[in-house]
Design a protein around this ligand. Structure first.
Ligand SMILES: [Zn+2]
Length: 114
């Protein structure tokens, strides 16, 4: 499989946004990660839904998108998440919400709804 033009564009945009956020945070000295948010669509791969609500560094996101066919047809988004100096999220409530959304998706998929 290879990337088609439209899909490549989407990945380029994702990577550009990450770079911009990283540059802003670095300039201001703000510790940060990126939270992956799955689209939870019928075509969402389990390996993508698995990462919903998890925090990654910009490098980790870049490596993951470059691996295998992860970027192909990927509708995940990566949103800036502010963390403390040990890498823990500033807003832990968000993690509770994304964890329950992830569990719900897999429960429904298991039941054959997706
Ligand atoms: Zn994805």
């Amino acid at each position: 499989m290879s990337l088609q033009a439209g899909q490549l564009d989407i990945r380029e945009i994702v990577l550009k946004n990450i770079e911009k956020d990283e540059a802003d945070c670095r300039k201001l000295g703000i510790p940060h990660r990126f939270m992956q948010l799955s689209a939870f669509s019928p075509t969402t791969r389990n390996s993508h839904a698995d990462r919903h609500g998890l925090l990654f560094t910009g490098d980790e996101v870049r490596h993951w998108l470059a691996e295998d066919d992860n970027a192909i047809g990927c509708k995940c988004s990566f949103t800036l998440a502010l963390v403390d100096s040990s890498g823990n999220p500033q807003f832990p409530d968000v993690l509770d919400r994304t964890t329950s959304a992830r569990k719900k998706f897999f429960a429904e998929r298991q039941a054959g709804h997706h």
